[in-house]
Design a protein around this ligand. Structure first.
Ligand code: ADP
Ligand code: PHD
Length: 330
């Protein structure tokens, strides 16, 4: 079974980044299904563009993609999408139009990646929004995967847009911010993949946000239940439903990693330590781990079987609960 490999927007900022992504995808033994996010920051720009309809903002989005595409020799492939986006500036302000604007980010980046892969001699097929969803714009739920057999059996690199789908009327939808990870695990479940790789700029799932806690370490292993809880607690910008398809799939594992790190393996396993991830919850912290319930004895408030809220900031919760175990996970 071929793997599903999601390339995060954090790794798509420049023309060189697209070449790096294509080379990485070509290094798999069997051509994978690549699920692609928008170029870093572009979804924010598109949502702003929906609101303001500022021509200056349109030019900024267009310039960002034209400069990448030109450097890669694939400008002609992105030009029609940018003309479509320019025309969209005239659309009314309605819920479906928000997702239509947002859809351009992944449509542009996936088009660039598939085109550059072909130019590099890597056979690639582009799939735009093969996930059929309900019509909850901004928070859509997948219903089925079109081209599932082709995606399962295919023997060339499949480049698929993350984050977006289409409703039954053919209108673009989005599954919610940070949703490319979720679309990747959903596709993995639908094709019966054994492994979904979530490739990002962090070396794996870390014990805390490294921007807030310098001592945060990469977790080598996590149980699927902890991963579900960590996503719901907002770790690594995961969409809250990222690991739902993994629960449903039964025997699919997820690896969160950068291009070079060993990363974090998430599966149906119950590894130590008892407290894995600390996230910021308002002024306090959410502590995620198989023993989170024990923290209610210290005055914590249970937010589910594997998450407990404490009234101390993440740095302190990390020091108290995670740091004592760090030597064992290194
Ligand atoms: N617990 C955590 N583990 C790993 N990264 C985290 C964690 N909490 C916050 N982050 C931040 O999340 C960033 C990756 O998220 P994001 O930029 O959305 O990635 P991508 O675009 O690849 O999906 C990392 O650069 C890191 O700073
Ligand atoms: N581009 C979308 C979806 C996404 O998941 O992006 P990333 O993989 O960069 O987190 C967003 O910004 O919400």
């Amino acid at each position: 079974m071929r793997p599903v490999v999601k390339i995060g927007g954090s790794l798509l900022r420049s023309a060189d980044d697209f070449i790096r992504a294509a080379k990485f995808l070509a290094s798999y033994e069997r051509p994978p299904i690549a699920v692609v996010s928008a170029v870093k920051g572009v979804t924010d720009m598109l949502l702003e563009l929906y609101k303001t309809r500022s021509y200056l903002m349109f030019e900024e989005v267009a310039h960002r993609h034209i400069s990448i595409a030109r450097a890669l020799g694939v400008e002609d492939e992105v030009a029609p999408l940018l003309r479509e986006l320019e025309a969209a500036l005239q659309l009314p302000k309605e819920p479906w139009a928000v997702d239509y604007f947002a859809s351009f980010g992944e449509r542009l980046s996936a088009t660039i990646l598939a085109s550059v892969a072909r130019r590099m001699g890597i056979a690639a097929k582009l799939y735009i929004a093969p996930i059929v969803t309900d019509s909850s714009f901004g928070n859509a739920t997948p219903i089925r995967l079109d081209y599932a057999d082709e995606l399962r059996e295919g023997d060339v690199l499949a480049v698929v847009t993350g984050f977006i789908g289409r409703d039954r009327e053919g209108r673009f939808t989005t599954v919610g911010r940070g949703g490319s990870d979720y679309t990747a695990t959903y596709i993995g479940k639908e094709i019966g993949a054994r492994k979904v790789f979530l490739i990002t700029d962090a070396p794996g799932v870390m014990t805390a946000d490294p921007r807030e806690v310098e001592e945060a370490e990469v977790l080598p292993l996590m149980s699927i239940y902890e991963a579900v809880a960590a996503a719901q607690a907002g770790a690594k910008n995961f969409h809250p439903r990222t690991f739902q398809p993994v629960l449903e799939a039964g025997n699919m594992a997820v690896e969160v990693r950068s291009y070079h790190s060993r990363g974090t393996l998430i599966g149906h396993i119950y590894p130590p330590p008892p407290y894995k991830v600390v996230t910021r919850c308002g002024q306090g912290s959410c502590v995620v781990g198989l023993a989170a319930e024990e923290l209610t004895k210290l005055g914590g408030v249970s937010l589910g079987r594997y998450t407990c809220r404490l009234d101390i900031p993440p740095r302190q919760a990390h020091e108290l609960l995670v740091k004592p175990y760090i030597k064992y996970i290194k």
